[in-house]
Design a protein around this ligand. Structure first.
Ligand code: AMP
Ligand code: ZN
Length: 114
């Protein structure tokens, strides 16, 4: 979608460091990492938020998690733990309106979500 920064990353018009790619999902390094490992997993099909994923398209979420677990195992995060977060909407702290799943790890994360 025009004017979506994550769609531009998918198109290759905004540079990024790719971590994972298949025909449906792309993962790349967050530009402002909050942990030693901070990657974003996005569906290649533009969808603004989790609220816009219809019940018949919920496989999208499964595909994001399948990609996450592939990366988690390759990077050994399964041994020590990690966090996944999908910020959704204004009160959920979502800044970029293209569904994205944060993968954070590589340090002791705080128990706080606020
Ligand atoms: P959220 O607040 O959940 O919408 O998170 C958006 C995330 O996108 C933030 O963690 C940003 O640092 C990250 N971000 C924004 N622009 C870029 C970019 N061009 N490349 C990589 N990450 C980005
Ligand atoms: Zn988009």
């Amino acid at each position: 979608m025009k004017d979506c920064i994550f769609c531009k990353i998918i198109e290759g018009t905004i540079p990024t460091t790719k971590i994972y790619e298949d025909d449906r999902v792309l993962a790349f390094k967050d530009i402002s990492p909050l942990a030693p490992i901070h990657y974003l997993f996005i569906p290649k099909k533009h969808t603004a938020s989790l609220c816009d994923v219809s019940p018949s398209e919920m496989d999208t979420v499964k595909e994001l998690y399948a990609a996450v677990m592939d990366v988690v195992r390759k990077e050994g995060l399964d041994k020590r733990g990690f966090r996944t977060v999908i910020n959704t909407g204004e009160m959920g702290g979502q800044a970029v309106p293209h569904v994205h799943l944060h993968l954070l790890g590589g340090k002791q994360l705080s128990a706080s979500f606020a």
